[in-house]
Design a protein around this ligand. Structure first.
Ligand SMILES: Nc1ncnc2c1ncn2[C@@H]1O[C@H](COP(=O)(O)OP(=O)(O)OP(=O)(O)O)[C@@H](O)[C@H]1O
Length: 308
C-alpha cells in the first residue's frame, strides 16, 4: 500500500510562499489505479515527483509498504527499484533502437527471456513494428510509448504516469489506453496517473483524487464523483455543466421539451458528433444542453432537468 501521510511541499527553499501542496493525506491499495486530476498548475506532477522521492518534503512522510520514500537530502540516487516514473519528458536514449531502449535495464544473462520480455512490452504499447527503429527518428507519441514500455520492463510494484497518452493521436489512444491499463491491472501494478483527460479515468480508475488550492478536495470513485460532484470544478471534469439555482446540472441533463417553466433563447450550436451542444440564454445567463440536431438561433426552447 502507498501511504501519503500529511505531506506539505513548496518549491521555495525558505517555505515563505503558499505551498504547492498542503496537508495531503491519502492511501492507495496495492494493485489499485488512482487518477490525479486538477487544473493546470494544481500540483499533479509535483505530487508524482514527491512520491518518487525527487524532492524533500517540508512536512509529512510517504511510505510504500514499510519503506519510507526519502528525498535527495537522504538519498543520493533518486528512485527505487520497485517504483517507476514516466515523466512528461521521456529521457530516452536517441541513438539506439526502440528494443534496446526498452531492454536497457534488463539482464543480458538470459537473452531469450530478454527478447521475449521486450516483445511482450512492445505488444502492450503497440510498437511491435518499430523494434529496430532508432528512437531519434520516432514521433513524440511513439517516444512516449517507448518510455512506457521501458518503465514496465522490470515489472515495478508501483508506476507513476504523468499524462501518459498526451502525445498519442486519437486514432490509437483508446486502444493503447486499454492495453496499458489492462496490463497494469493483470500484473497488480499499483498505478497513479496524473491526467487532464476524463477518458483516462472513466472505466479504468478505482479512485480519483482532485487537487485544488494546494489541497485534496475530493478522493472517491469516479462513479461517485460523477453522480454527486460537490463542486462545479469536479463536475466540469466530466463534461459541460450549468449552475441552476445553485444546483450543478450537466448539459446532457437538460432536455428540450414542448413546454416547461425553464425558457431559453438559442444563441449558438456546436457539432459534437453524436449530438449538438446548444448554448441558450436564460435570464442573462448561458445554459448549455445537448440536442440531436442543430437549432435555429433565436429559437425559444423549453428545458426540462433530467435525473443524473
Ligand atoms: N521546479 C519548479 N520550481 C518552482 N516551481 C515549480 C516547479 N515545478 C512546478 N512549479 C510550480 O508548482 C505549481 C504546480 O506545478 P505542477 O507542474 O505540479 O502542476 P500540474 O498540476 O502538474 O500542472 P499541468 O497540468 O500544467 O502539468 C505551479 O505553480 C508551478 O509553476
Amino acid at each position: 500500500m502507498l501511504n501519503v501521510k500529511n505531506i506539505t511541499f513548496s518549491y521555495n527553499p525558505k517555505h515563505t510562499e503558499t505551498p504547492v501542496l498542503k496537508d495531503l493525506d491519502f492511501t492507495v491499495e496495492q494493485g489499485d489505479h488512482l487518477s490525479i486530476i486538477g487544473e493546470s498548475g494544481s500540483g499533479k506532477s509535483t505530487l508524482l515527483k514527491l512520491i518518487y522521492g525527487e524532492y524533500d518534503l517540508n512536512e509529512g512522510q510517504i511510505f510504500w509498504k514499510d519503506n519510507e520514500i526519502l528525498g535527495p537530502k537522504y538519498n543520493l540516487v533518486v528512485g527505487y527499484e520497485y517504483m517507476k516514473y514516466v515523466a512528461q519528458e521521456f529521457d530516452l536514449m536517441p541513438f539506439i533502437t526502440v528494443e534496446e531502449n526498452v531492454g536497457k535495464h534488463l539482464s543480458n544473462f538470459f537473452p531469450e527471456e530478454k527478447k521475449e520480455r521486450i516483445k511482450e512490452l512492445l505488444n502492450v504499447v503497440e510498437l511491435q513494428d518499430f523494434a529496430k527503429t532508432k528512437v531519434k527518428t520516432l514521433s513524440g507519441g511513439q517516444k512516449q510509448r517507448v518510455a512506457l514500455a521501458r518503465a514496465l520492463a522490470k515489472q515495478p510494484e508501483i508506476i507513476l504516469l504523468d499524462e501518459p497518452f498526451s502525445h498519442i493521436d486519437n486514432f490509437q489512444k483508446q486502444s493503447l489506453r486499454r492495453s496499458v491499463f489492462k496490463y497494469l491491472k493483470e500484473k497488480k501494478i499499483t498505478c497513479l496517473v496524473a491526467t487532464h483527460d476524463k477518458e483516462d479515468v472513466l472505466g479504468f480508475a478505482d479512485r480519483m483524487l482532485v487537487l485544488h488550492d494546494s489541497k485534496i478536495i475530493a478522493n472517491d470513485s469516479p462513479q461517485e464523483l460523477y453522480r454527486n460532484p460537490e463542486t462545479p470544478l469536479i463536475a466540469s471534469f466530466f463534461g459541460e455543466v450549468n449552475m441552476l439555482n445553485d444546483q450543478i446540472i450537466y448539459a446532457h441533463q437538460l432536455q428540450a421539451v414542448a413546454d416547461s417553466d425553464l425558457k431559453a433563447r438559442v444563441v449558438q450550436n456546436y457539432f459534437k458528433g453524436p449530438n449538438y451542444l446548444i448554448e441558450a440564454e436564460h435570464e442573462d445567463a448561458i445554459l448549455r444542453f445537448e440536442h440531436p440536431t442543430a437549432l435555429e438561433v433565436d429559437l425559444k426552447v423549453f428545458l426540462k432537468i433530467l435525473e443524473r
